[in-house]
Write a protein that binds this ligand. Structure first.
Ligand code: ZN
Length: 385
C-alpha cells in the first residue's frame, strides 16, 4: 500500500467519499501533527503557540478517479516578533486554494494546452487555472535580462483586429522575447526603453522595426509575384488573344511562375522552359525574380547596393510598366532592406514569433487579460539563455 501524504506537519484524521454531480470526490480532513515545528510566515522563525485556526477547503492532485479536496486547518501562530501570523507551509502558498503540487501540474499542462482543456482535465474553474498559470509564469520568467543586448527587432500585432495593438520586442541574437506591451505608438513603447536604461540603450547597435511589411524577403517577393508577375502574365494573355493555344499556356502558368524554381517538379520543368523561351516578357520578370531574392544574400551593404542598381537598370530597361511601378514602390524601403547586409536581423524569427502569437491567441480561452497573454508570449520564447 502507498501512504497518502505530502502535507508536512499535518495528517489525515478523517476522510469520506462524496458524489458531486457525477464526479466522485475524496474529502480528506487534515489535523495538525502535535509537536511539529511550525514557522511564522512573517519572520520564518519557529513559533510554538497557536493564535487561532480557520478551516480552508483546498484542492489537491486527483487520486485515481477521485477528485481530492482537503480540509486544512490554517493556523495563525502567535509570533512574539510579528504578532498573529499565518503558518508558512512548503506545500501550500498563503491564500492559495490549491496545493503547490497541483498548481505545478496545472502550470505544466497549461504550457502545452489551453486554459479550458486544463480546467476540464483537473475539474477546476478556468479562472482558477488562469490565475495559477499566471502566477507560475510570473515567478518562473521574472523580469527579462536586458544585459548585453546589441540588436533589437520590433513588431506589432493585433490583439483585436482593427481595435487594439501590441508591440513585441525581440533580441534576435538570443532568440527571445524581451518585452511585450500594449499599443504601438512611440509613447507606448517608451516603457521598454526606460527599462533598458541609458547605458544599455547606448550598447544597442541596430533596431529593426515593422519587419513584416516592407523589409521582409517573403513579403517583397510575394508583392513582386502579385504586382509584377501576375500583371505581366495577364497582359501577355491579352496580347495573345489571336493565338488560342499560346494564350491558354500563359493563362494557366501562374503557379509555375510563382513557385521557387527548386520546387518545380521535374515533369513541369520542360513546360516552364518552353513558356519562358516563347515569351520574352515572362522570361524577363522571371529572371528578375530570382535576382531580387539575391539582394538578401549579400553581407556587405555596398555590394548589395551595386546589385540593386543593376537590377533596377534591367527592370526599367525592360519597358514593362508593372516593373517600373514596382521599382518606384520598393525604393523607399531599400535602405531598410539593405541594412540586413550588416545586421541579419532574423526575419524568420520574427515571422516565427508572429505565427506563435497567432496560435497562443487562438487557444487563449478567456484571455481577455493582456498581462497573461503577454506572459504566454514571453514564455514561448525564453531564448537561448
Ligand atoms: Zn514572526
Amino acid at each position: 500500500m502507498f501512504q497518502l501524504g505530502g502535507w508536512k506537519g499535518y495528517r489525515v484524521w478523517d476522510w469520506r467519499q462524496e458524489d458531486r454531480g457525477g464526479q466522485s470526490w475524496a474529502v480528506l480532513e487534515l489535523a495538525p501533527v502535535e509537536g511539529a515545528e511550525r514557522l511564522c510566515s512573517g519572520c520564518d522563525q519557529p513559533v510554538a503557540a497557536i493564535h487561532d485556526q480557520t478551516v480552508r477547503r483546498i484542492r489537491d492532485l486527483p487520486l485515481f478517479e477521485y477528485a481530492v479536496e482537503l480540509w486544512v486547518p490554517r493556523l495563525r501562530l502567535a509570533c512574539p516578533r510579528c504578532g498573529p501570523r499565518l503558518e508558512r507551509l512548503d506545500w501550500l502558498d498563503p491564500h492559495a486554494r490549491v496545493t503547490r503540487r497541483l498548481a505545478e501540474s496545472v502550470a505544466r499542462l497549461c504550457a502545452g494546452t489551453s486554459v479550458r482543456h486544463t480546467a476540464r482535465w483537473f475539474g477546476l474553474d478556468w479562472k482558477t487555472v488562469k490565475a495559477i498559470d499566471f502566477r507560475h509564469l510570473e515567478r518562473s520568467l521574472g523580469p527579462p535580462n536586458l544585459d548585453g543586448v546589441r540588436l533589437l527587432a520590433m513588431d506589432e500585432f493585433a490583439i483585436q483586429k482593427g481595435h487594439r495593438y501590441a508591440t513585441v520586442v525581440v533580441d534576435p541574437e538570443r532568440k527571445r522575447v524581451l518585452w511585450v506591451g500594449r499599443g504601438r505608438s512611440r509613447a507606448e513603447i517608451r516603457p521598454f526603453f526606460e527599462l533598458l536604461g541609458p547605458v544599455r540603450c547606448a550598447q544597442v547597435r541596430a533596431v529593426a522595426m515593422d519587419m513584416n511589411s516592407a523589409y521582409d524577403l517573403f513579403h517583397v517577393v510575394a508583392k513582386y509575384g502579385r504586382e509584377v508577375i501576375d500583371r505581366v502574365r495577364v497582359d501577355e494573355a491579352d496580347r495573345l488573344r489571336a493565338d488560342k493555344p499560346a494564350r491558354r499556356v500563359v493563362k494557366t502558368s501562374r503557379w509555375l511562375l510563382l513557385r521557387n524554381r527548386e520546387n518545380v517538379p521535374d515533369e513541369q520543368v520542360v513546360r516552364l522552359e518552353e513558356l519562358l523561351a516563347a515569351n520574352k516578357a515572362l522570361l524577363t520578370v522571371y529572371l528578375l525574380k530570382g535576382d531580387l531574392k539575391g539582394l538578401w544574400r549579400y553581407r556587405r551593404e555596398a555590394w548589395a547596393w551595386k546589385a540593386w542598381k543593376s537590377w533596377k537598370r534591367r527592370a526599367l530597361r525592360s519597358g514593362l510598366e508593372p516593373l517600373r511601378v514596382f521599382v518606384r514602390r520598393l525604393e523607399p524601403y531599400l535602405s531598410g532592406i539593405l541594412a540586413h547586409c550588416r545586421w541579419p536581423l532574423g526575419t524568420n524569427l520574427v515571422e516565427g514569433i508572429n505565427n506563435k502569437i497567432k496560435v497562443i491567441k487562438r487557444v487563449a480561452y478567456g484571455y481577455r487579460d493582456d498581462a497573461y497573454f503577454f506572459l504566454k508570449i514571453r514564455a514561448a520564447f525564453p531564448g537561448l539563455g
